[in-house]
Design a binder for this molecule. Structure first.
Ligand SMILES: [Zn+2]
Length: 259
């Protein structure tokens, strides 16, 4: 069965949409969905989503594009959440230097503090990395966390190998399904199979087959999985089993206790 390792379900769905999706899980062959938080303001929504749906698991962290509103007090709050709510990872955290803005130092400070919290709580991290791969790698070399996922990976083969060496899996999703995405397709074809996890990043990064205005959703995951299976020359069931195993490796708390 498939696991969507990165899905902002709380950003899109009404209560009804979520329960309808929950009812279709078996038919879609989807086992679990991981929802990372982005700021203090959506933690309660994400926790509630998980409470209502046993297939929905959460990571807790502050996204680099939301750090302008973050205070040191919020980091203490995060420390408390990591102790009391036992997320599968610290995330979504990272660096986004894609947009030219002047908060890069603050982003990096908040990122480093969250890496230290991940280390303290022995949790993996779910990373958002945009226009800042080498900066993220530099900090991961300094603060030795227990792996995790570099979500929506779009770097070079060499950078991919650096993440893999540090125990990370790389997240692939809708972006690789476009005809022009030859670099991502090459990576998806040649990277070690055990280093890949799949995601929809709902509501962002719609796959190529959605029409303009159609909403991305975790329901697209099996087709993304089929796309990867074709690239790798594997049967879809084999691909799903490998992705499932890889996701459990990246986020060990998903297994056993949490099934
Ligand atoms: Zn995200």
């Amino acid at each position: 069965m498939w696991i969507d390792s990165h899905c902002h379900l709380d950003f899109i769905s009404s209560h009804t949409e979520v329960s309808l999706f929950g009812e279709r899980l078996d038919a879609l062959n989807i086992e679990k969905v991981i929802v990372p938080t982005v700021s203090p303001s959506n933690i309660q929504d994400v926790l509630q989503l998980s409470k209502n749906n046993d297939w929905c698991h959460y990571a807790i962290g502050f996204h680099p594009l939301y750090v302008n509103d973050i205070t040191y007090k919020d980091l203490e709050l995060l420390d408390g959440y990591l102790t009391n709510y036992k997320p599968v990872a610290v995330g979504e955290i990272g660096l986004d230097f894609f947009k030219k803005n002047n908060n890069h130092d603050w982003q990096e400070e908040i990122f480093i503090k969250q890496l230290k919290l991940a280390k303290k709580h022995e949790l993996p991290v779910i990373l958002h990395v945009r226009g800042a791969i080498d900066d993220v790698l530099k900090n991961l070399r300094r603060i030795n966390v227990c792996g995790g996922i570099a979500h929506a990976f779009n770097g070079s083969l060499q950078q991919a190998n650096q993440f893999i060496t540090m125990g990370f899996k790389l997240g692939f999703g809708g972006a690789m399904t476009y005809a022009r995405a030859t670099h991502l397709q090459t990576l998806a074809k040649i990277l070690p199979l055990e280093s890949i996890v799949l995601e929809t990043d709902t509501p962002d990064i719609p796959p190529a087959w959605l029409n303009k205005g159609e909403q991305n959703s975790p329901e697209e995951l099996p087709k993304i999985g089929q796309f990867l299976a074709t690239i790798r020359g594997l049967k879809i069931a084999e691909m799903a089993a490998i992705i499932r195993e890889n996701t459990y490796q990246a986020l060990p708390k998903l297994s056993k206790l949490y099934t």
